[in-house]
Design a protein around this ligand. Structure first.
Ligand SMILES: Nc1ncnc2c1ncn2[C@@H]1O[C@H](COP(=O)(O)OP(=O)(O)OP(=O)(O)O)[C@@H](O)[C@H]1O
Ligand SMILES: [Mg+2]
Length: 210
């Protein structure tokens, strides 16, 4: 598999979608082959599963069912979109991936972390991002930003502040444990400064010069 798989992680309103858009423009300008995608979703079937996951009541799924739905969406997304693109030597930039499942359904909602990882391993083998950029922001600031957006994809946003603190710590702990894969950036910085840091990180870690 030749293309690089780069995931973006971080709590609600940390700026993942915003930075993905800026990064996609940089790829377009440089004429390097890439696709930009997101989880849950990214492919037709997975987008259908997304609608079950991101809206509605916070307690509409227990953590196990939720995790299985995320994995079902991931299987469709990887098989239909991500793996074929990587085989064609495209860079894949992706809004959220496995770390979000570990942090939200595991650390946040109490499903055993080892269980989530072994499920991933059974379904997807050793497939992991080559680089994960974690956008770090306090949940207070992040939720304020996300609330200003006015969409209805707020099933996770509606959980209490303690939940979102666990999410932030969870991402930071993954970054500490897996420092070869993960880079943490301060998401409170100005958009353009953060964008430049992302471009630099991708150059250093993946050898992709934009
Ligand atoms: N660096 C920044 N400084 C100030 N505002 C920002 C910054 N980055 C993003 N925003 C704003 O914050 C809001 C949330 O950003 P965005 O939707 O990109 O976050 P997200 O991480 O994708 O959130 P979610 O996890 O809910 O999808 C948007 O209104 C966006 O314009
Ligand atoms: Mg987003």
């Amino acid at each position: 598999m030749d293309g690089k798989f780069i995931s973006f992680e971080g709590g609600e309103g940390s700026g993942k979608s915003t930075q993905l858009k800026l990064l996609a423009s940089a790829f377009e300008k440089s004429a390097l082959p890439f696709i930009s995608t997101r989880e849950p979703g990214g492919s037709k079937g997975a987008e259908k599963i997304r609608s079950l996951l991101v809206s509605g009541d916070t307690d509409s799924w227990d953590s196990l069912t939720e995790t299985l739905l995320f994995n079902a969406a991931r299987a469709d997304h990887l098989n239909k979109l991500v793996l074929p693109a990587l085989k064609e030597n495209k860079t894949v930039i992706c809004d959220r991936f496995l770390d979000s499942t570990i942090v939200y359904q595991g650390i946040g909602k109490g499903l055993n972390e080892a269980y989530i990882k072994s499920l991933h391993h059974i379904i997807f083998g050793n497939f992991m991002p080559d680089l994960t950029i974690i956008l770090d922001i306090s949940p207070e600031k992040g939720l304020m930003r996300a609330g200003g957006r006015g969409d209805n994809e707020n099933r996770f946003e509606k959980l209490d502040i303690e939940f979102h603190r666990k999410i932030r710590d969870g991402f930071l702990n993954i970054a500490k444990r897996e420092s070869e894969r993960c880079v943490v950036l301060d998401a409170t910085q100005n958009l353009d400064i953060l964008h430049k840091q992302i471009i630099e990180t991708i150059a250093i870690r993946c050898g992709i010069k934009l």
